[in-house]
Design a protein around this ligand. Structure first.
Ligand SMILES: O=C(O)CCC(=O)C(=O)O
Ligand SMILES: [Fe+2]
Length: 314
């Protein structure tokens, strides 16, 4: 009998001793190493993380669902000066996807303004729950960033990096395809930001491409998060870290809901000199998120694939 080996995304437990730097324990050091290895090999990993309580998980998926039932003209109030950062209605390329973007969702006032736009009579539960979720997800992002910086001996850049970080929260619904429709929920792309933290309900669909071209399906659980590197992280690491292609293929007969927290940087980013040597000559000039965004929105064909080399390669 021939068994087909189905590859899985690496899973890393970000719990207990593994995430206690003060203990100086070997668990912390080996967790840092495992994260770095997973990001270099796959560009992502599944984090098992228990700091987002089950209550918050249930509440956040509870408060976001009614948002998708609002009239289209109300949803369209979620605009942004930055391309692709506001409301995104289902369209010809991705008819199943409906999504909102909350810029700076980790800042309560910003989540409040978003809430006031959609619910002029108030929706405090939505505002507090989504803000709390964004904060928790950003803490996970900060910890992973710290662990990777330490693993590369680049910890002296961590504080200024985290101080210049901003976060976009994208909240998405993928409806069940009709009989005459295909299952494509989200087209294959690489993320353009630093790190993305993805969390979803119990309807799977996310697939990540390996370096050798195989698609791996992610099987979600309530306490799991996909931590994924984007093109900014690839360039920061002088191409050590991989930014994987990923897509959403709908499975099952219930809608899929997901929350994606994208970290970016307000400032210019430079590859630390610790990551440059004879074996790894510098590959990128200093770059910034808005520059990369402008570069790929000038030509939509650049959106799907990794274009950071074309934007700021030396
Ligand atoms: O819904 C998901 O799990 C993936 C979303 C995604 O890849 C994105 O918004 O960039
Ligand atoms: Fe993505």
């Amino acid at each position: 009998m021939v068994f087909k080996i189905v590859p899985k995304l690496p899973t890393i437990h970000l719990t207990g001793e593994n995430v206690k730097p003060a203990s100086g324990s070997s668990s912390w050091i080996s967790t840092c190493k495992n994260i770095r290895q997973a990001l270099e090999d796959f560009g992502c990993f599944v984090a098992i993380y228990d700091k987002v309580p089950l209550d918050l998980h249930n509440q956040v998926f509870g408060v976001i669902q009614p948002m998708f039932e609002l009239p289209t003209e109300v949803k369209a109030r979620n605009t942004s000066n930055i391309p692709y950062h506001g409301y995104y209605k289902p369209g010809p390329v991705m008819p199943l996807l409906d999504s909102f973007g909350i810029e700076d969702a980790t800042i309560l006032d910003k989540t409040q303004s978003f809430t006031d736009l959609l619910w002029p009579n108030g929706n405090q539960k939505f505002c507090e729950t989504v803000h709390e979720y964004a904060k928790q997800a950003s803490e996970l992002e900060n910890m992973v960033t710290r662990m990777v910086f330490e693993s590369y001996g680049a910890e002296k850049y961590l504080d200024s990096h985290l101080n210049s970080a901003t976060y976009l929260l994208r909240i998405a619904k993928y409806r069940v395809p009709e009989k005459n429709e295909g299952p494509l929920g989200g087209v294959a792309h690489t993320d353009k930001n630093f790190i993305t933290v993805l969390h979803q309900n119990d309807v799977d669909g996310l697939e990540v491409q390996t370096k050798d071209g195989h698609w791996i399906s992610y099987e979600a659980s309530r306490n799991s998060f996909v931590v994924m590197a984007g093109e900014l992280f690839l360039a920061w690491s002088n191409s050590r870290i991989h930014a994987p292609l990923h897509r959403v293929i709908m499975k099952g007969n219930k809608p899929r809901y997901s929350l994606a927290l994208f970290s970016r940087s307000k400032d210019t980013i430079e590859t630390p000199k610790e990551l440059v040597d004879d074996e790894h000559p510098l590959l990128f000039k200093p770059f910034d998120y808005m520059g990369l965004l402008k570069f790929y929105t000038e030509d939509v064909s650049r959106m799907a694939f990794c274009t950071i080399k074309d934007y700021c390669g030396v």
